[in-house]
Design a protein around this ligand. Structure first.
Ligand code: ATP
Length: 881
């Protein structure tokens, strides 16, 4: 058996081998150690290999899904090896039971509901790199085989981090070389699961052929216009899918190409800081997605998460989405009734995907039936809208696509109560297939059929004691007492009754009819199940044939769900339709933070709305920067984030929490908010802050929106202040982007007198009987103090510490550090624009002199003494300390 194990294991390296033994899947050697640690199950041993104990652990087959789920979530890949013959047959042969790997389960290629998160996409991503003169190009292709989505795109090396954060794959495949690349390797290893593969999977020469084979087309022209690099990644994806599905081809939509720049670039740090889909603590609750997700279906929830991950940059496409939301905002009754229709519409795309790879069950068929029926219902309701906006019109057209015959056929075929697995049978309705009804009748009513036959035979022969009996040797037989035996053996009855056996008191017969019934009865159960499975396959084939139409309808449902959900959110939380255009405007009136507002509402507290205007002033080409000062706890971070979130919501095509909003397309969103150590990567809090700030200053263009919160606070006051100072000047002069900058360095407000597009704003507080009252109102102007000590008192610092801090503060303020810094603003020449053409900063003349002097030396021609003198001479050139 171990020989067989090693053979199978060798063909499945890198995967945990679930080796079926009776009612358990057993794992051996390293697999056992990995799995026992990951699952917290006992590690035992069994037999010896090369003189060593063989470590082993096992999971019961009926609970395997649970364990698989946990292993996959941890990024492991599993090969499931089943017994492919009856152990009795192997015993008869005196050999080991035949076994084979029947499936490979990897995090990126799941289809089972039990293993998938209903509300999230499950992407497999392939990454291909091409080295080019102007820098690396990266081709990306990602697939969700549980929903058939297939997307390709290309980006540059520096854009990879943001692109990975947006796609958020469950598994990535790369070449071995890329996996160990010093530049990309660390980034890749941060993903949930990465599988390095050999080069042939990423062979660009065969990519096109592999894709054509998969989609059964002669040329790629009809599929999608793709770059060679995108095609390479796409081919890698399908090759891996075929491998993991052991040759089965789950249906995939033809790859759709995402143009670079079509979505707002948001790097991983910004996504994390703005808590888009998870809070900084890693929870969905409390994130923006959680706050705005009013969808009623899993597919809708997935689409909303996709949209949030990739806000659009095309004003027209955004307007189409907004038109659709607006239509439902205006129709509360229709909105509610459509939402209840959708609530009953099942997850069609995942049901379809499971059926296509042969893993579907009767409930998946029912899901498609119910989906098509719900489509009719939804269409009837949409018909009441006077005019359908473009997006809804397209969705309605998609809902009309699936053939209604399919739903009718399924309604006729499927029973009311459905088992989970097709092998349990009982899912085909009575009266659907006469042969099945007969088989079931025989199976269920076998006793009655035989009893009826017995009564008839007794009548026909006139032998009242005639019985039909059953035993394992003869099967069904007719039995009469010895005295009646002769009658049955003579004409005319012997034409019907065939003698089988004579015992002391009884004679046994069979009849042709009984033989037939016997065979029917014996096989009835199996036959009924076989017929049901045939029906299942026929229905599944209908589904697969109608796959494109059903998928289109499923997508339409998801789109309607998201649109209705955003309309509900807008109506319930009082959001407005933003104006989104190609200007550089950013004018928000009455803006609110979507998550904080909901949290305060739950506590019965109002959220104070605030305006923000970063639009270019008349005559200006670039947007403005607001420098926000204000006490601790006043609401600076909240204000910064709410404006970033409003831009983001507007660009996913949602209404926004404001009374009015006009936003010129933001192509990149940057935020540096809050600080956290990244000890895993060996970076301190301050280092993380500086790395993130560097990315912003190096990459933000005039179409970016930048949010910077308390830059420089993690170091000594003057270092921090100086960095913040220079960063603001750089944003103003070099990046020229719209930006919000919050700080406790009140000295920075002096910069507004020098920088024409920098404005000071502050969050108001009131002092009342020595206590600070937070008003959360953002006003033009600057704060004079931080009230840090008052906030510290609110937080419960011991009174002795508070009074001592007050004394120290008074002393420090007497020295008036601020005044001297203000003078600095007047003295320092304005920031020199060096960022566009990075040049070495001009060296002071002493340094230049020193360099020249060193260049003039010729050590080979010098005596030791001359060398010493030259050294003294150089030292003499140094500026005096
Ligand atoms: N506009 C608002 N309306 C009502 N409450 C608000 C508003 N803004 C902020 N708050 C409340 O004030 C709390 C503190 O806000 P925030 O963290 O934004 O302050 P901050 O000024 O950034 O503080 P610090 O300088 O200490 O980091 C929030 O958790 C929220 O409950």
């Amino acid at each position: 058996m171990m020989e067989q194990y090693h053979e199978i294991k060798a063909a499945n390296l890198g995967l945990l081998l679930f080796y079926r033994m009776g009612d358990f899947y057993e794992l051996f050697f390293d697999d056992a150690e990995v799995a026992s640690r990951a699952l917290g199950i006992t590690l035992t041993k069994r037999g010896k290999h090369l003189g060593q104990d063989i470590p082993m652990c096992g999971v019961p087959v009926e609970r395997a899904d649970d364990y698989l789920h946990r292993l996959i979530a941890l990024g492991h890949r599993v090969a499931v090896c089943e017994q492919t013959e009856d152990p009795a047959a192997a015993r008869a042969r005196k050999s080991v039971v035949r076994r084979d790997v029947v499936r490979l389960i990897t995090p990126g290629t799941l289809t089972e509901d039990t293993l998938l998160d209903a509300r999230a996409n499950n992407y497999l991503l392939a990454i291909a790199r091409a080295k080019a003169a102007g820098g690396d190009r990266i081709g990306l292709a990602w697939i969700d085989i549980s929903t058939s989505e297939f997307i390709v795109t290309e980006c540059s090396g520096p854009e990879l981090a943001a692109t990975l954060a947006r796609i958020n794959p469950n598994e990535a495949i790369v070449t071995d070389a890329l996996y160990s690349d010093p530049e990309y390797g660390p980034l890749l290893r941060e993903l949930a699961a990465v599988t390095p593969l050999t080069r042939d999977v990423f062979d660009s020469a065969t990519a096109e052929r592999r894709l054509c084979d998969y989609f059964a087309v002669a040329t790629m022209d009809g599929l999608a216009a793709m770059s060679r690099l995108e095609a390479t990644a796409a081919a890698a994806c399908i090759t891996y899918v075929e491998r993991t599905q052991l040759g089965k081809k789950p249906p995939l939509s033809p790859p759709s190409r995402e143009l670079s720049g079509a979505t707002m670039a948001i790097d991983p740090a910004t996504r994390a800081n703005l808590e888009l889909t998870r809070t900084l603590a890693g929870e969905r609750r409390g994130s923006l997605l959680d706050a705005i997700d009013c969808t009623v279906t899993a597919a809708g929830s997935r689409l909303l998460a996709q949209r949030l991950a990739a806000p659009l940059t095309d004003a027209e496409a955004i307007a189409h989405r907004l038109d659709a939301v607006a239509a439902f905002v205006a129709e509360p009754m229709l909105r509610d009734s459509l939402r209840s229709t959708l609530r009953a519409a099942p997850d069609m795309s995942r049901a379809l995907a499971r059926l296509s790879v042969g893993r579907g069950g009767p409930r998946d068929l029912a899901a498609l039936r119910d989906g098509v029926l719900a489509a009719d219902d939804a269409l009837a309701q949409l018909g009441t809208l006077a005019e359908l906006p473009q997006e809804i019109r397209a969705a309605a057209a998609a809902l009309r696509r699936p053939s209604r015959d399919l739903a009718q056929e399924f309604s006729k075929a499927l029973a009311e109560e459905l088992p989970l697995q097709k092998r349990d049978g009982g899912f085909v309705r009575g009266n659907y297939l006469p042969a099945l009804d007969e088989a079931r009748e025989l199976r269920d009513a076998s006793r009655q059929v035989v009893a009826a036959m017995q009564a008839r035979y007794a009548d026909d022969t006139g032998i009242k004691t005639l019985k039909i009996r059953h035993n394992n040797v003869l099967g069904y037989f007719v039995e009469v007492t010895a005295q009646h035996g002769d009658r049955l053996m003579t004409a005319p009855l012997n034409a019907t009754f065939i003698h089988r056996q004579t015992l002391a008191g009884q004679v046994r017969f069979t009849t042709a009819e009984l033989g037939e019934i016997e065979a029917k009865i014996a096989n009835a159960g199996e036959r009924a199940l076989g017929l049901e499975l045939e029906v299942f396959e026929q229905l599944a084939a209908m589904v697969i044939a109608a796959g494109d139409d059903l998928r289109a309808a499923a997508q339409a449902f998801a789109l309607l769900d998201v649109t209705l959900a955003l309309a509900k959110l807008a109506a319930d939380d009082n959001y407005v339709r933003p104006e989104v255009d190609s200007s550089l405007a950013f004018a928000i009136e009455g803006g609110r933070h979507p998550v904080v507002e909901q949290a305060l509402k739950r506590d019965g507290q109002p959220f104070i709305a605030n305006a923000c205007d970063l639009s270019p002033a008349p005559g200006q080409q670039s947007g403005q920067i607001w420098l926000l000062t204000g006490p601790n706890m006043a609401g600076k971070s909240t204000f910064l984030r709410q404006n970033a979130l409003i831009a983001l919501l507007a660009q996913i095509g949602s209404f926004v929490p404001a009374s009015r909003a006009r936003i010129g397309i933001v192509d990149r969103l940057f935020s540096r908010v809050g600080a956290a150590d990244d000890l895993a990567r060996g970076r301190s809090t301050f280092m993380v802050e500086m790395v993130e700030t560097a990315v912003i200053l190096n990459q933000a263009s005039d179409r970016a929106l930048v949010i910077l919160d308390e830059i420089g606070r993690g170091t000594a006051t003057f270092d921090g202040l100086s960095i913040a100072w220079a960063a603001i000047e750089h944003l103003h002069e070099a990046n020229r982007c719209r930006a919000l900058f919050a700080t406790h360095y009140h000295e920075l407000t002096a910069l507004s007198s020098k920088l024409p597009r920098l404005f000071n704003a502050t969050v108001r507080v009131k002092e009342w009987h020595g206590e600070v009252v937070f008003l959360h109102e953002v006003m033009p102007g600057s704060a004079d103090r931080s009230y840090g000590i008052q906030v510290a008192k609110l937080a419960g610092l011991p009174p002795s510490v508070i009074s001592r801090a007050k004394a120290v503060l008074a002393k420090l303020e007497a020295n008036d550090r601020g005044q001297s810094v203000r003078a600095l603003a007047d003295d320092l020449p304005l920031f020199a624009l060096t960022a566009r053409a990075p040049a070495e900063p001009a060296l002071p003349s002493e340094a230049e002199q020193l360099i020249e002097a060193v260049r003039g030396l010729h050590p080979d021609e010098m005596s030791p003494r001359e060398a010493l003198e030259a050294l003294y001479a150089l030292q003499a050139k140094l500026p005096k300390r």
